[in-house]
Ligand binder design. Structure first.
Ligand code: TTP
Ligand code: CA
Ligand code: CA
Length: 419
């Protein structure tokens, strides 16, 4: 089998997920410019999810609801529930479980976040290919599928005016058919597997919508990095196949930060050290050069990655690895007395106790370790200090007193004062 094309991997990600959860609870919000905001005390609350109708007005995540209303006067604002003085995400977590449950009927999945999951479709695809005697796929089975890089642009010297005028659906369908022709009937063509994978994902997405009412997008390619990238190319409610031969063109103008795991520090250091902006530019460096800069493992990984190759397996895992909760106290609201710290630690511990107990009942597992993280005034990172200890019992009083003992050492005021 062709190198780098061994597997079929998909990533499914819900469209404006918290918004869809609120729209299902309150159908008056459907098909409207709408956001989900957290807390109301400051400028109408911070926006954490935005409907596609609202995005058309320029509304984005992290804006204040009051500012967003200036851009879009008809904006509807749904509120995150609060309990014990903090955001309560129970609705969204429960909706996530519903979605994951439907997806799991189709494939073994790796839950990657509250609203997305990877799946390795290789064996499911091989099963289907056996019954596909003529090695042809009907484009009618791929009604919401785009193929990145198709239709192929006409050579520069040709007249391209008629194409430029055609609409998105026409382009989609033309590109899909062009690509299907190029992969069909070729016995053992690795890219044909992507087409079969896309058929399965169309069925999965239709089932998710039928059973939950939620819409999603998906990416289908040969590995996790490419599947994730593909998923974002035609949102919302669409899926995108990313064939390996479309990679050079796509990576030519793709900022390094857009790639999974390169959005943070590593991506920034690549840009700085090698003076490159786009993913494609990395192909200019030899494997030895990349290893010299970033170490053997990362260097090798980058060498493959800029060619669209990545070997990270899909790990079968439906449940989150950890259960955590946190609350920020920005600026003037920061906690300054021991009583305040103890009060909030106890509120967080109560939420943990409740969620841990539910998790034990639902999933028959027991947490063994407690990690406490805090952020002090002026820290840039969300958590600048973290330590762990054993978690012996699901008991809020015990959890909060253990947490307090852990963070006590950071108190510069001395432990005998209220400050
Ligand atoms: P995303 O998948 O990043 O975004 P989205 O589903 O709202 O929109 P898209 O259609 O572009 O995928 O996040 C999923 C949910 O997680 C989102 O609805 C709200 C929540 N979330 C936060 O609360 N804070 C954040 O910073 C992010 C990134 C997400
Ligand atoms: Ca999403
Ligand atoms: Ca997501």
């Amino acid at each position: 089998m062709d190198y780098g094309k061994e597997r079929v991997v998909a990533l499914v990600d819900m469209d404006c997920f918290y918004v869809q959860v609120e729209q299902r609870l309150n159908p008056a919000l459907k098909n409207t410019p709408c956001v989900v905001a957290q807390y109301k005390t400051w400028k109408g609350g911070g926006i954490i999810a935005v409907s596609y109708e609202a995005r058309a007005y320029g509304v984005t995540r992290n804006m204040w609801a009051d500012d967003a209303k200036k851009l879009c006067p008809d904006l509807q604002v749904a509120r995150v529930r609060e309990s014990r003085g903090k955001a309560d995400l129970t609705h969204y977590r429960d909706a996530s479980v519903e979605v994951i449950e439907v997806m799991s009927r189709f494939a073994v999945i790796e839950r990657a976040s509250i609203d997305e999951a990877y799946m390795d479709l290789t064996s499911a695809v091989q099963q289907r290919l056996k019954s596909l005697t003529d090695q042809q796929i009907d484009p009618q089975l791929l009604k919401t599928t785009h193929v990145q890089g198709y239709p192929e642009p006409p050579p520069h010297h040709e007249e391209s005016a008629p194409d430029a005028a055609t609409d998105k659906e026409e382009q989609r369908s033309k590109g899909l058919q062009q690509w299907l022709c190029s992969v069909s009937g070729v016995d053992g063509c690795a890219e044909l597997q992507l087409a079969v994978g896309a058929v399965i994902v169309e069925e999965m997405r239709a089932a998710v919508e039928e059973h939950t009412g939620f819409r999603c997008s998906a990416g289908i390619s040969h590995n996790k990095v490419l599947a994730k990238l593909a998923c974002g190319l035609n949102k919302p409610n669409r899926q995108t196949i990313l064939p390996l031969d479309s990679i050079p063109e796509l990576f030519n103008s793709l900022p390094i930060s857009k790639i999974r795991n390169l959005g943070g520090k590593l991506g920034a250091s690549i840009t700085e050290m090698l003076e490159v902006e786009n993913m494609g530019e990395l192909t200019r460096f030899s494997q030895a050069q990349l290893e010299q800069h970033f170490g053997d493992k990362t260097g090798q990984w980058l060498y493959d990655l800029c060619r669209g190759i990545d070997f990270e397996p899909v790990k079968p895992r439906q449940l989150p690895k950890s259960i955590g909760c946190s609350k920020n106290f920005p600026g003037k609201t920061s906690l300054v007395t021991r009583d305040q710290v103890q009060h909030w630690l106890y509120q967080l511990a109560l939420e943990l106790q409740e969620r841990l107990t539910k998790d034990r009942e639902m999933n028959g597992r027991v947490a063994k370790q407690l990690t406490v993280g805090i952020r002090q005034l002026g820290d840039k990172k969300p958590s600048s200090f973290s330590r762990c200890c054993a978690l012996a019992r699901y008991d809020a009083t015990k959890i909060s007193s253990d947490s307090f003992a852990i963070i006590k050492s950071l108190n510069t005021a001395g432990n005998h004062q209220a400050a």
